[in-house]
Structure formats: C-alpha cells, structure tokens
Write a protein that binds this ligand. Structure first.
Ligand code: BEZ
Length: 237
C-alpha cells in the first residue's frame, strides 16, 4: 500500500489527491547532497567495501541493464576508453548490474577483442537487484527486469553531487560525465559556476559578489558584468 505522506495544494488551497501510483512512500531515494550510503558488493576485481574503496577519490557509480547486451557493450567500452582522463581527474569507476561475475568477465574479454580496450575498473554483481532498487535504478514502467542507466558522481567526502537517469535503449555520453566532474571540481576549487555547454578553459560564471581580487587570484583575469545578474570571467590559463 502507498500512503500520501505529503499534501500538495492547488491554487484554491484544496488538497491535490495524487493517483496511488504517484504517491510517495517512505523509501529513501538518493538526492543531490546526500551522503552516499556504504555498502559491500562482489565485483570482477574482488569484494569491495564502498567507503573504504572510494576513500580520497571521486566516484562514478553507474548502473546498466545487463552484460552481453549491445548498448551496454558500447557504454562499458566507452567508459574504459577514457581511462587516462578518469585517472587525471581522480575518479574511480564502479559499474553495477544484475549479471553474474562470470558473465561480466567473459563479456569483458569480448569487449577487449571488439574495441581493443581493457575494462580496468570493477564491475559489480547485484544479486536480486537489491542495491539497484535501493539506489532508485529500477524504473518498473521502463523495465521490470533490468535497471535503467543511472549515473552518480560522488565526491571524496561521500556526498552525492550528480545524478543522471537514462532509459534502457539510449546509451550515455561518457564525455558528459567527465565534463560534469571537471565542472564540479572547478566549482569546489574556485566557487565558480559553469554555463550551458561549458568545457574546460571556457568562460565561467561568478555567481556571487566575491571581490575582484579573489577572481583575479583564481582565474588570472578580471570579471565582466554583462548584466546585473550575469558576471563572467575568461580564465587566463
Ligand atoms: C542493451 O542493448 O544494452 C540492452 C538490450 C536489451 C535489454 C537490455 C539492454
């Protein structure tokens, strides 16, 4: 049974009755800013205790529907092909799916043969999809059997910083996950915000009233106020 815990009101302050299927339950769902829970899982590289394994790194934790399926094959190969970029950004990858470790290991050999890339990160087996359910990766209207393509970025203090959700038959763009890693790291380092389609080295946004001296120190250049609400800087490096 689902219970309507919260009470949205319409413009006339009347209670909006949600269809039962849309009512919230007490189940936790990961949200940006949450501390990501610790968990143990078996992977293609052995048992892993999440917090211990993640310590000191950013983590890209992502679900995918199953081993030996076409879109997932392209995604795992793509993530593996960015190995040097993940390392440079201090990011560890962890894939999660319901397929067994044997299935995944055999599959990685196929990927090496097909794409000439080594899957050098742990890929976890989620028996009965228990973790996938806990992390909101099962969207039953999309599929009752397979997890969707959900990606998390978790920072070195174990805070969840980004969530992407993609449907079963649409592969993700790995470069977009890396772009967000770089944007989050820039934000943490300098306090800057990043505009739409930002890439490393592009103009960035100064989203607050910090001093010009501070901006110059961080970016080696002065800011420009394009409007009362849009202050930007072109980094000098
Ligand atoms: C895939 O291509 O990754 C896929 C195909 C069928 C079911 C689940 C995933």
């Amino acid at each position: 049974m689902s219970i309507q815990f919260f009470a949205p009101r319409d413009a006339d302050n009347q209670l909006v009755r949600l269809p039962p299927a849309l009512r919230r339950t007490v189940r936790w769902l990961p949200r940006i800013g949450d501390i990501f829970p610790d968990f143990n899982v078996e992977t293609t590289q052995g048992s892993l205790k999440f917090w211990e394994w993640a310590e000191g790194h950013w983590v890209h934790l992502f679900s995918h529907p199953a081993a030996k399926t076409p879109v997932c094959t392209s995604e795992i190969a793509s993530v593996a092909s960015y190995s040097a970029a993940w390392k440079a950004a201090n990011v560890k990858n962890l894939a999660l799916t319901g397929s067994t470790l044997d299935e995944q290991t055999q599959w990685h050999a196929d990927i090496a043969r097909l794409f000439n890339v080594k899957v050098d990160f742990p890929c976890a087996h989620d028996p009965d999809l228990k973790l996938s359910r806990l992390f909101g990766m099962m969207h039953e209207k999309e599929s009752e059997a397979w997890p969707i393509r959900k990606s998390f970025l978790i920072d070195p203090s174990q805070h969840l910083r980004m969530i992407f959700e993609y449907p079963i038959f649409i592969g993700r763009r790995t470069g977009e996950v890396l772009r967000v890693v770089h944007a989050l790291q820039l934000r943490d380092r300098t306090g800057a915000a990043t505009p739409s389609d930002w890439e490393d080295g592009d103009i960035t946004i100064i989203p607050d009233d910090r001093s010009e001296a501070h901006v110059r120190k961080e970016f080696g250049a002065g800011s420009v106020r394009l409007s009362p609400y849009l202050r930007v800087v072109q980094p000098a490096y």
